[in-house]
Design a protein. Sequence first.
Length: 118
Amino acid sequence: MGEYEILYKMFGALQSLERSLQISKKTVSINSSLPGRIIKNVAEQERILRHMQQISNTIQTEFSNKDSVELNRLVRIFYSLHYMLSPEITATLEELNGNTLFETKSSNSEQTKTLTLQ
């Protein structure tokens, strides 16, 4: 696998998490009746995702420096964070989806309907 393939896959994984987190953030912003722990989880997920973005930018720089030891270390950190964050974001989305579906049935809000995952 070439070095650029690794970058493409890494940025693809990052974009997938970013899209999922954006859905969570939008759902949280329109639904004030969510438990505080969900709001806290989304904020923490966003903090970790920002850290992953910083790491990915550093990885991109390290490719040009050809420091394979540092590059390997950073890639391992990135994917360790991805491994931990991905199921958390998925679980939050599933829980929000359940709450959002309930909200959609009770209020028929068009904005809420567009945020449900189907």
